[in-house]
Design a protein around this ligand. Structure first.
Ligand code: BG6
Length: 513
């Protein structure tokens, strides 16, 4: 295996190119789950890969009284426990822990920000980071505006010199609905320029998600058929076998629509449906991506039941294990109306996609974890094999596997060897892992690095998040007004019966994954 990798010509160029300036990274919400599971492993990996700058330090802050030692232990534990670490190097980890600090901060307390500034200025001197700062706000969205205002008041958002930069990364969901996202954008823009704001959606940092663009725009053969003349329908699935993993507080407020559909799923849809941008710089790329979301036919309140289905899992069995229903999860209300599953039937009202349905579904406690986009092509207009036995029930499908099977599969009909004419579905299969022989960098690595480099391409813009909220808002308000009959799907199944009907009404069915 090692030999095969060494001679693999595709291996070159896989390394992320690092051109980062000195920088200090300050994480708000440093004692939280995201920091431990994703951010600290990503920081270690960046340092290990030589992609973080030489002049670099990390300061975590949260309300808890962790202290430098406590936060350093979190880093060591995070690296020990994470499955995303590619190379474990004890010396390097030791060196990194020496660059990591912590300060307790009540996010609402102005005085605390004065101490924070002193600490950051101090570290800036010590690590020669030239006043360059990235703030990673990994707190609930309800705190973003207040934190930003306090950072501003304490002078932390003002670059120290004309050469230095201050950037702010914010987690999704960005807002709770359209109105709150608009308010939040307006509040942030009082203190920050749009060029300083990095709204993160980690799906855009996934290699396989970026490959959608390469497949479409670096090859001449797909674009001519990537439209309503040849595509019958598109299915986007973001299925998880996991439940809510102890995040009841977050999930009860959020639900699948805000957690996955408004962001991750719509990002996938916009990449698969966008027009080719002139270049991949942040403006061109985001202009085209947002144009797609804006062209999705708005959902009228009266049509919500026709185009949207919600679900909540009851008890069941997932991957051979019995699991409780959503309402029995710790911290969830026994009569909770929070949806853990949603399916939508959408249309893009533009020249390329007029009349092509996009079916989107996402749910927790599905039979397995799988994210894919499937382009279903129209049938051949005429089959000249009159007596042929055709065993291609699905026709031509191009499926883009995002995870865990990462790759591209084209399904088409082939002749079964023998004297009679039998046609069976076969697959041309490209697998990422086998071809490139390298483990993907985690999306957080890529996105933190991009922010340090000042590249906003893979981050959301204010108008982008607002367009996505505009689309889902009518569904959310309709659902909030009408109680649902929950639970309506068993854990370990593919969602409620109504989701099947949503596609069956059009004479189609969900793909079996
Ligand atoms: C997060 C959601 O944004 O994405 C989680 O908050 C979800 O609920 C996760 O599980 C899925 O991400 P991934 O990368 O595991 O598909």
């Amino acid at each position: 295996m090692a030999v095969a990798q060494a001679v693999n010509p595709f291996h070159e160029g896989l390394q992320l190119q690092g051109m980062t300036q000195p920088v200090q990274l300050c994480i708000f919400g440093a004692s939280g789950d995201l920091t431990k599971r994703k951010l600290l492993p990503a920081i270690y990996n960046l340092v290990q890969a030589g992609l973080a700058p030489q002049a670099f330090s990390v300061l975590g802050c949260a309300r808890n009284d962790l202290g430098d030692d406590g936060f350093r232990r979190e880093l060591v534990d995070a690296v020990a426990e994470s499955s995303e670490i590619r190379v474990r190097d004890a010396d390097l980890l030791k060196r990194l822990t020496d660059q990591v600090y912590y300060t307790s901060l009540d996010f609402h307390d102005s005085a605390g920000y004065v101490t924070l500034k002193t600490k950051l200025d101090d570290l800036d001197q010590r690590y020669h980071t030239c006043g360059n700062r990235v703030f990673y706000i990994a707190t609930p969205a309800s705190l973003y505006a207040d934190i930003t205002e306090k950072l501003h008041e304490s002078g932390l958002l003002t670059p120290a010199t004309s050469q230095s930069f201050v950037r702010v990364i914010m987690e999704k969901p960005f807002g709770h609905d359209l109105a709150s996202a608009k308010t939040l954008n307006a509040e942030l823009l009082r203190f920050l320029d749009e060029s300083q704001i990095y709204r993160i959606d980690h799906y855009l940092g996934k290699e396989t998600v970026q490959n959608i663009l390469v497949l479409r725009f670096a090859n001449g053969i797909f674009e001519p058929i990537w439209n309503r003349r040849y595509v019958d329908s598109v299915q986007i699935t973001v299925a998880e076998s996991l439940g809510i993993e102890g995040r009841a507080n977050f999930y009860e407020e959020t639900g699948v629509m805000r957690d996955v559909i408004q962001n991750h799923a719509l990002q996938l849809m916009s990449l698969v449906a966008m027009e080719p941008p002139t270049t991949f710089d942040a403006r061109d790329f985001r202009d085209e991506k947002i144009r797609v979301v804006e062209a999705i036919r708005p959902i009228e309140p009266k049509d919500v039941n026709q185009v949207a289905v919600r679900g909540q899992y009851g008890p069941g069995s997932v991957e051979g294990e019995h699991v409780v229903g959503y309402r029995e999860e710790l911290g969830v209300a026994p009569d909770s109306m929070t949806p853990t599953y949603a399916a939508l039937r959408l249309f893009i009202d533009n020249w390329r996609w007029a009349g092509v349905p996009f079916y989107i579904r996402s749910g927790k406690r599905m039979p397995k974890r799988v994210t894919e986009i499937a382009m279903q092509f129209k049938e051949a207009p005429h089959l000249p094999f009159r007596k042929a036995q055709v065993e291609t029930p699905e026709g031509n499908v191009l499926s883009l596997g995002i995870q865990p099977d990462e790759g591209v599969v084209l399904k088409f009909g082939a002749k079964v060897p023998g004297p009679s004419m039998r046609i069976r579905a076969v697959e041309m299969d490209f697998g990422y892992g086998e071809t490139f022989g390298a483990e993907d960098a985690s999306p957080y690595e890529r996105l933190i690095l991009d922010c340090m480099k000042g590249d906003q391409t893979l981050f959301d813009r204010a108008d982008g998040v607002e367009a996505a909220w505009s689309l889902v808002d009518p569904v959310l308000s309709q659902w909030a007004q009408t109680p649902a009959e929950f639970p309506n799907y068993e854990a370990g199944t593919w969602g409620p019966a109504a989701a099947d009907e949503l596609v069956q009404r059009d004479g189609r069915h969900w793909r079996r994954l």
